[in-house]
Design a protein around this ligand. Structure first.
Ligand code: UD1
Length: 419
């Protein structure tokens, strides 16, 4: 298993290319199952979750072709197979094939998913969405079985009790091929949802209100060939923004968009970081001291849970105390004890962390536990005195393209050791 050895203390300077969003490409690969015509997605990040998602589609007889920056997915000859446990367990986004399979074939059998171990993460909302569109859904032996007796889903009214990204995506994809009109209320508003809608519309779907809490979908019978260019990854951009901030550096994030990071940008500014848009993306700089800032994670446009671990790493060396409240995933604090090994002063009470800033962090051996927690440890290691080893970094490779190489290009001292 690979590990990273990071010698802290280098300021980051230069530019980083931000790639297409991982959380946008995964649902769009699943959406290709809706159509018998090919879908080309461009600006695709080279991360292992994309490989896993494509492998899952190949199980259904889908032809996939991956070039340096694009994938073409042709589900023309797809058959309705079982989405097996050993593929779906690797990644929670595997659940996203459920809606398209039911919509296209009238039935599906999909393993309950795995993914990062960050709380209970049930899939009940995905199942409720399909029931609202006329499917009968049951769970047995670790598998979800969904069936539509009429053969085709029927448009309906879907009211989500929580604006779940995944359930909103399942609803959009399933409603695309349902008979008649569907209304999705309390929909998630993340930019990746609007991007999925753009992709579906390019494929021939009829969707109104994408990016708002109320979406209307008019079902269509068939879809057409399409090409879609992914939006930039706001979580990758936010991670590098915090890397610049924590090292007191200066980075330009090429293709990053400030409008997707408004809440994060505001929190960084309050902490003493400068952030401004440029012709090419976004500039981040810090020269003064860091001040403690409180944050609460919330669905978009609130502070993203996927940047909570990174922001906490930043707060470990800020002046003062920061209260970090996690409201999206109940136990997303696995990075807390590991940050403690680096000398951070953090106490946890339920879903709230109190981070008291310390003068310096010191190197230690730490263990990556999930994707965003791992990158939080890497950021802390960039400023820890001495040589930190981050073990089990396969999590990082799931969602960050060439993280170590990009950081090294900006001046970080990092070695990857492969065993
Ligand atoms: C997506 C993102 C993930 C991000 C998360 C929240 C992808 C591939 N992943 O995950 O990186 O951290 O949004 O922004 O896009 N819930 C239920 N029942 C369900 C579904 C969700 O109770 O059926 C709960 C979850 O346990 C969690 C909350 O809703 O507490 C948010 O989950 P959701 O927005 O669905 O996250 P994902 O789509 O899995």
């Amino acid at each position: 298993m690979d590990r990273l050895i990071i010698r802290g203390g280098k300021r980051l300077e230069g530019s980083v290319q931000i790639r297409g969003a991982k959380n946008a490409v995964l649902p769009q690969i699943a959406a290709a199952l809706l159509s018998s015509a090919p879908l080309e997605i461009t600006n695709v990040p080279d991360v292992s979750d994309v490989t896993t998602m494509l492998a899952l589609l190949q199980e259904f007889g889908v032809a996939t072709q991956r070039d340096a920056r694009s994938v073409t997915i042709d589900a023309g000859k797809a058959t309705n197979a079982v989405a097996r446990y050993d593929l779906v367990r690797k990644m929670r986004a595997g659940i996203l094939v459920l809606g398209p399979l039911v919509a296209r074939f009238g039935s599906a059998r999909v393993s309950l998913p795995g993914g990062c171990a960050i709380g209970a993460r049930p899939v009940d909302l995905h199942l409720k969405v399909l029931e609202a569109l006329g499917a009968t859904v049951g769970v047995e032996g670790g598998y979800i079985n969904a069936n539509v007796s009429a053969g085709k889903l029927k448009g309906g009214r879907i009211v989500l009790p929580f604006p779940s990204m995944g359930a909103t995506e399942t609803a959009l994809m399933a409603a695309t091929l349902a008979r008649g009109e569907s209304e999705i209320l309390n929909a998630a508003r993340e930019p990746e949802i609007a991007d999925l809608a753009l992709c579906l519309v390019a494929m021939g779907a009829k969707i109104e209100g994408a990016g708002t809490q109320r979406m209307l979908v008019q079902g269509v019978d068939t879809l057409r060939p399409a090409t879609h260019h992914l939006l930039p990854d706001r979580i990758e951009a936010g991670t590098y923004a915090i890397a610049a901030a924590i090292t007191g550096g200066h980075l330009e994030l090429l293709d990053a968009r400030l409008e997707h990071l408004a809440t994060v940008g505001a929190a960084l500014e309050r902490a003493g970081v400068q952030i401004w848009p440029t012709d090419r993306g976004l500039m981040i700089s810090r020269s003064g001291r860091l001040s403690a800032v409180d944050i609460v994670t919330e669905p978009y446009p609130g502070f993203p849970t996927d940047l909570q671990a990174q922001f906490m790493a930043l707060m470990t060396i800020a002046t003062g105390a920061s209260v970090i409240r996690e409201t999206v995933f109940e136990s997303r604090f696995m990075h807390v004890p590991e940050l403690g090994r680096l000398g951070a002063n953090i106490s946890l009470q339920g879903s709230t962390a109190l981070v008291r800033g310390v003068e310096t962090l010191r190197a230690a051996e730490v263990m990556a536990t999930d994707l965003r927690a791992s990158v939080g440890l890497v950021l802390a290691a960039l400023v820890a005195e001495g040589e930190t080893t981050v073990h089990r970094i396969y999590h990082l490779d799931r969602g960050y393209e060439a993280l170590d190489r990009k950081l090294v290009q900006c001046g970080a001292d990092i070695r990857r050791v492969t065993e």
